[in-house]
Ligand binder design. Structure first.
Ligand code: KG4
Ligand code: ZN
Length: 339
């Protein structure tokens, strides 16, 4: 089965073709990051306009690079939630038009379910159930993936997502948006004990996260340093920050495996922050100690892409989760919910 997928939930216009879900025939990503870096973050209206300009050439290229003809496609999958509403609507409208024109079924795909499916592409042997740690620019959560389209949230962030905290910390260090990867790079030469940052716990909710205090602590550290005329240890700050994020994510992810999946000890990781080298190393070390099988997708599948949407779209199709021509986009939507 050939699925063409479209992703436009934030600042990447992406299209991909998959064969029977996990085999990716093409994966085209047009990143708008450079256009938004001028403003220090994604400007929703600019994102929508850029998606409108990019979507035709991106989809065309995905079909050409897949080596199959448009007439061989079996279904169109599209990210319908969550994300920037104007951005989502560009992809949703385009997919609805294409599915009507080609007479193909339309598959609505939840963006975070897509991120989780990046693991299914990278690791053909991986099958639910497993626990997944999702850390992206807009979301940070722990999910019990009971089946391909049946997921339960174990815990999530009460305020900022991990990626958002990375981007804000990078911004105060005058690094361009999106700053996560640059923070990671800067941290490589730093002492992760150079600065002490607060650890947040949500009383009574051991699997929930909070990153806003950490974000504020970084901003205050930089400002205090400037006011006192001291020299900031930028590398040390980046390393201490990466360590603080890993310290928040890793114990909760391990705890979730131990509590919710003690016999089937499998942890997958997803989202842009899953590319972070400090986090990857910490997860690998801890999972080894605790006898947990760890799945870390390659960096190319951690960030936003349409291959993950095409893969998840296949499983949504098998479960009968299809949309009609009145499909809408939604800025927020739980991964537990099926349209
Ligand atoms: O999953 P994603 O591509 O988009 C969303 O769905 O939000 O995640 C983007 C986030 C950004 O905040 C970016 O700074 C962060 O992932 N990121 C990283 C790294 N690479 C990307 N954060 C930490 N370390 C990295 N190496
Ligand atoms: Zn994403």
């Amino acid at each position: 089965m050939y699925i063409l997928a479209i992703e436009s939930s934030c600042d990447e216009t992406a299209a991909a073709v998959s064969k029977n879900g996990r085999e990716i025939l093409s994966n085209v990503i047009f990143s708008q990051a450079e256009m938004h870096s001028l403003y220090g973050g994604v400007v929703p209206e600019i994102a929508s306009r850029n998606h409108t300009d990019a979507i035709c050439p991106v989809v065309d290229r995905a079909i050409v690079e897949s080596g199959i003809k448009k007439s061989e496609l079996d279904a169109i999958a599209v990210t319908y939630a969550p994300g920037l509403i104007g951005a989502l609507l560009v992809g949703v409208s385009f997919a609805k038009g294409l599915s009507a024109a080609l007479g193909l079924p339309l598959i609505p795909v939840h963006h975070i379910r897509g991120h989780i499916a990046a693991n299914l592409i990278a690791f053909p042997e991986l099958k639910p159930p497993f626990i997944c740690l999702v850390a992206s620019g807009g979301h940070t959560l722990l999910a019990e993936v009971k089946d391909y389209t049946d997921m339960k949230i174990i815990g999530s962030t009460r305020d900022d997502a991990a990626g958002e905290a990375f981007d804000k910390a990078a911004r105060v260090l005058s690094l361009p948006y999106p700053g996560g990867a640059m923070m990671d790079k800067l941290a490589k030469d730093g002492n992760d004990k150079a600065y002490r940052f607060p650890k947040a716990e949500v009383s009574g909710f051991p699997y929930d996260f909070s990153f806003s205090g950490l974000k504020t602590a970084v901003i205050n550290t930089v400002h205090n340093c400037e006011q006192k005329g001291e020299i900031l240890d930028r590398e040390g700050l980046a390393a201490s920050f990466c360590r603080a994020v890993a310290d928040a994510l890793v114990p909760r992810a391990i705890g979730a495996v131990n509590e919710f999946s003690p016999d089937n000890r499998v942890l997958a990781v997803a989202g842009g922050v899953a590319a972070n080298s400090v986090l990857r190393r910490a997860l690998a070390e801890e999972c080894k100690k605790q006898n947990i099988t760890l799945y870390l997708p390659p960096l190319s599948l951690c960030g936003d892409n349409a291959a993950m949407i095409a893969c998840q779209g296949y499983y949504e199709y098998l479960a009968g989760n299809l949309a009609s021509s009145d499909l809408n986009g939604y800025a927020t939507m739980s991964i537990e919910f099926t349209l």
